[in-house]
Design a protein around this ligand. Structure first.
Ligand SMILES: C[S@@+](CC[C@H](N)C(=O)[O-])C[C@H]1O[C@@H](n2cnc3c(N)ncnc32)[C@H](O)[C@@H]1O
Length: 338
């Protein structure tokens, strides 16, 4: 399927805001009315009340893929309340030509859809579970507000920075997506910093002897909250991770960081918007159990081929430096070690 360019991208401000939103916001500010988000006045989705059968199943580590709307599947899962980690990369309502899913709701409907699937994710999580959401500028604030009003704690507001944004002239080129990390319990969540360490700038640029004199983790640090660097670019062109027919595929290294830091081998990981299957593919490679939900039958088939046959193609990338300056003392033109 050819990727269609949405020409409305080339305009200042947000992407999904319908014409007139700015004026409506100004009017609300003038009247000092309490802020009510458009989605708050839409009726909530009523989920199906029957248990769906998974379309694809594998063992050791267990993996299941359901075909359907995540708002129907999640409330009926047998593991309700027992999921350790949810990673969600929803449709952005940018009119992307997904197979099956209509990505062009009204703003109010999209916000309601967002709150409904967020609530379903919160409910499937265990009391110590974590929820990660990949979302662009135009809906990040609403998601943060909603998760806070549902009592979750924000642990990090990370940013995934990439350098292949779509060219535009009306404002700065988009080169990031927000990576929101929330937990049900800030104190009891799973957090494995040693699993995701990368070479520090002190080691890779500044030759700082102190970092090499540390007792443990010499020259290493937990990554910063802006993510970029080798293996963390957008999946495009002839990238060997690329899966045919999928839009907005997330790099394996990104999911590896999320899964290693916030889950343990044997834990249960869930992705309500499976797409090309990145989350479950990485989960299997790291010995986690996984559940994926995908609206499109075609996408689910393709994801299952990746999960069960292809597997993770980029292993062993954790730990590389993300330094943006050459090593001090190196010859001009020499790159920092990676
Ligand atoms: C942004 S893509 C996910 C990409 C994925 N993270 C990857 O790395 O390939 C969103 C996916 O969600 C699916 N989808 C949209 N609405 C859905 C819904 N209500 N329930 C389940 N899946 C849905 C779309 O068909 C699409 O494949």
């Amino acid at each position: 399927m050819a990727e269609q360019k949405n020409t409305l991208f080339d305009r200042p401000g947000g992407y999904a805001m319908p014409t007139g939103t700015a004026e409506a916001n100004r009017e609300a500010a003038r009247s000092k009315a309490p802020i009510v988000l458009p989605g708050d006045s839409e009726p909530s989705y009523v989920p199906a009340d029957s248990i769906l059968e998974p379309r694809f199943v594998a063992k050791d580590p267990d993996a299941r893929v359901y075909v359907g709307d995540c708002r129907d599947v999640l409330p009926n899962l047998p593991e309700h309340g027992k999921v350790d980690l949810v990673f969600a990369d929803p449709p952005f309502n940018w009119d992307v030509p997904y197979d099956g899913w209509k990505d062009d709701m009204s703003r109010a409907q999209y916000e309601r859809f967002t709150y409904d699937w967020l609530d379903a994710c919160i409910d499937v999580l265990s009391p110590t579970g974590s929820l990660w959401v990949n979302i662009p500028d135009d809906t990040a604030a609403e998601i943060v507000l909603h998760l806070k009003r549902r009592g979750l704690t924000m642990i990090n507001w990370c940013v995934w920075h990439f350098r292949f944004g779509q060219c535009r002239h009306s404002s700065f080129i988009l080169s990031k997506v927000h990576v929101l990390y929330f937990a049900k319990s800030a104190d009891e969540r799973t957090w494995n910093p040693d699993e995701i360490l990368e070479q520090s700038d002190r080691a890779s640029i500044y030759n700082d002897a102190r970092t090499m004199a540390k007792e443990t983790n010499k020259g290493m640090r937990v990554p910063m909250d802006v993510w970029y660097g080798p293996y963390l670019g957008r999946i495009q062109g002839n990238n060997k991770e690329r899966r045919h027919g999928h839009h907005n595929q997330i790099p394996e290294a990104y999911l590896e960081r999320v899964l290693r830091s916030c889950s343990n081998p044997g834990d249960l990981v869930l992705d309500p918007f499976l797409g090309s299957g990145t989350t479950s593919t990485v989960a299997r490679a790291l010995d986690r159990r996984s559940i994926g939900v995908e609206y499109s039958e075609v996408n689910a088939q393709s994801a299952w081929d990746r999960i069960s046959n292809v597997g993770m193609v980029r292993t062993g990338t954790t730990g590389a430096s993300s330094a943006i300056h050459a090593k001090r003392g190196a010859r001009k033109g020499t790159k920092a070690s990676s």
